[in-house]
Design a protein around this ligand. Structure first.
Ligand code: IPD
Length: 276
């Protein structure tokens, strides 16, 4: 057993337990609070699930640190250090959750020395558990995952997200990116409303590309290692080395496709996640 397998197994069991909390709230009326924009939402369930996860993990692993979406929203400093760190999004796809659009996930990544050791994406409504551990492959409900390996961009399905930004530059960049991709052409462009579930589609091979500008580290940290372990590549949207705090990500079935997509898409400026 690798040093961190116990943590992975513990994270999986917590995802199953807190997935039940999300599911039981899914059909109920929710009290919604706005965060950074009218499309950036939080509910009592997001906050409750994050507290449950952090309290259970800290009781078992008292030295470990956390980066949690709702803790950061509540004012906690976001700092990735060399210490073992759990990066948590309690409900990825909060807008979906509020509207009962059936794609929501718990996303948990674990880093040591700032390197991803494992990732868990639990898509609760359809009970799909995506996991990966560094050097040990990626799995969906225990079955191995493999990216498509597609190298021809004109045969790709591309997944992206519109996000919560509503300013003119962000919207024109987002829409012109989609136009340019459709004109390449690619086979199709999709968006499920949860970055984590979107991104793991590249690991499954159902999509060949995922890119996103404006998301946060907790949205994509777990899915990053799942895509890498499934044989996919992860880089910056401009084709440079991936930086988890940059708020830009491009994942693909092959380096050839990733580089071609990077030539076509543009990013709008975003404050880094770790900016003071
Ligand atoms: C959001 C979702 C959404 C994406 C946003 C994310 P949240 O995460 O992943 O799909 O477009 O950029 O912030 O707020 O539901 O955890």
């Amino acid at each position: 057993m690798s040093e961190w397998t116990e943590c992975l197994n513990f994270g999986v069991s917590l995802c199953k337990q807190t997935g039940d909390v999300i599911l039981s709230a899914f059909q109920q009326q929710k009290e919604v609070t706005l965060k950074s924009s009218p499309a950036d939402l939080v509910t009592e369930t997001d906050q409750r699930v994050e507290k449950l996860l952090i309290s259970a993990i800290s009781s078992r692993f008292p030295q470990h640190r956390f980066i949690g979406e709702e803790s950061v929203a509540a004012g906690e400093r976001l700092q990735l250090t060399d210490s073992p760190t759990w990066i948590i999004d309690p409900i990825d796809g909060t807008v979906n959750f509020v509207h009962r659009f059936p794609f929501v996930a718990i996303s948990i990544a674990f880093t040591v020395n700032k390197q991803l050791e494992f990732g868990i994406v639990y898509s609760c409504v359809d009970d799909k558990l995506f996991t990966a551990q560094r050097g040990r492959g990626a799995f969906l409900n225990g079955a191995p995952l493999h990216a498509s390996g597609q190298e021809d961009v004109s045969r790709c399905v591309v997944v992206t997200e519109i996000g919560a930004e509503r300013d003119d530059l962000a919207l024109s960049t987002l829409t012109s990116n989609i136009c340019r991709l459709l004109q390449l052409p690619v086979h199709g462009v999709r968006a499920l409303g949860t970055a984590a579930v979107d991104m793991v589609q590249v690991a499954v091979g159902g999509a060949d590309v995922y890119y996103h500008v404006g998301m946060h580290c907790w949205d994509i940290a777990a899915a990053t290692i799942i895509v890498q372990e499934a044989g996919g590549v992860v880089m910056d949207t401009d084709g440079s080395v991936f930086d988890m705090m940059s708020r830009r990500v491009l994942a693909a079935s092959s380096a050839i496709v990733a580089r071609r997509i990077a030539e076509v898409i543009r990013a709008f400026p975003c404050r880094r996640d770790d900016e003071e």
